[in-house]
Design a protein around this ligand. Structure first.
Ligand code: NAD
Length: 267
């Protein structure tokens, strides 16, 4: 294998993101797919997973897969599975990309702790467009301090967490532009006699339906005008391509916590 190949393990291999990552990596000779991880129920009796006419080892535990050290684990699963795989990545001396959303504060502390021992990249959204947008939103929030900020996101009906990790990241960027933390100013939805909107509040609204891959709108509403910044993911391939770009970046890094800004050269 040429040194330039990046070895990857795809966790959540039968899921929507796992399938997109396997398909793109199968077609890219710069990646070597060590195998896929799936939960035991989804593995059934199968020890292989197919993508783009090729087959790869499939396992329900890291021990079964036995990846070479320095392989990059790409994790798009559930918070519960991510917790287990993070610990296993540390034991097996891997590198890990975490794309799973809905993580708790404790999970995020575990990610920071793991990053002291191995290279870790965490991003709630791996698309290049959204990562550029995070900076734009922060600058707009700072430049328009009196404008009301509302974030509206829409995703497919199967999404487990709300609001989306991307909406929270956009909210954190907007809040940072105002010198605040999102938790100090966020208001999730409104119902009933809610009264006048307090200035400085940041409204957050989650819409669910159909098969929407991910739409986010950040509204800056002033007197007599408003700006709406919209990002629409037309397919999951944008996130999958970002995850592979992140894997290639991470394979050359020392232990530490990295973001998509680092992988995209925006930091
Ligand atoms: P999905 O439900 O289609 O896939 C998740 C897969 O993980 C399933 O196949 C499931 O069986 C598997 N899984 C569950 N437990 C497991 C375990 N213990 N070991 C191995 N596999 C296990 O979901 P999805 O749409 O692919 O999204 C997965 C996660 O990624 C969600 O949290 C979602 O919000 C997030 N996501 C992040 C980005 C990003 O850019 N960061 C983009 C899209 C989705």
């Amino acid at each position: 294998m040429p040194d330039s190949k990046t070895r990857i393990i795809v966790s959540g291999a039968a899921g929507r993101m796992g399938q997109a990552i396997l398909r793109l990596a199968s077609d890219d000779p710069t990646f070597e797919i060590v195998g896929g991880l799936e939960n035991a129920a989804n593995c059934g009796n199968s020890q292989t997973i197919h993508s783009a006419g090729k087959k790869y080892p499939l396992a329900s535990t890291m021990a079964e897969l036995n990846p070479p050290p320095d392989s990059v684990l790409i994790e798009f699963t559930t918070p519960e599975a991510t917790r287990i795989h993070l610990a296993e990545a540390v034991s097996a001396n891997l590198k890990i990309i975490v794309g799973t959303t809905g993580l708790t504060e404790t999970d995020q502390a575990a990610i920071r702790e793991a990053a002291m021992k191995l290279p870790v990249l965490f991003a709630a959204n791996m698309s290049a467009g959204v990562n550029v947008l995070l900076g734009v939103v922060s600058r707009l929030a700072a430049a328009l301090p009196d404008y009301d900020i509302e974030i509206v996101e829409m995703h497919h009906r199967l999404k487990a967490d709300a609001p989306s990790g991307t909406a929270l990241a956009l909210g954190e960027s907007a809040a940072a532009g105002r010198g605040k933390k999102l938790s100090e100013i966020v208001r999730h939805g409104r119902e009933g006699i809610v009264g006048q909107r307090p200035s400085g509040e940041l409204g957050m609204h989650a819409v669910r339906g159909g098969d929407v891959a991910g739409d986010h709108t950040v509204i800056f509403a002033g007197q007599g005008e408003r700006i709406e910044v919209i990002h629409r993911a037309q397919s999951r391939d944008t996130f999958a391509a970002g995850a592979l770009r992140a894997a290639r970046f991470l394979s050359a890094q020392k232990p530490g916590l990295y973001s998509m800004k680092d992988a995209l050269g925006l930091a």
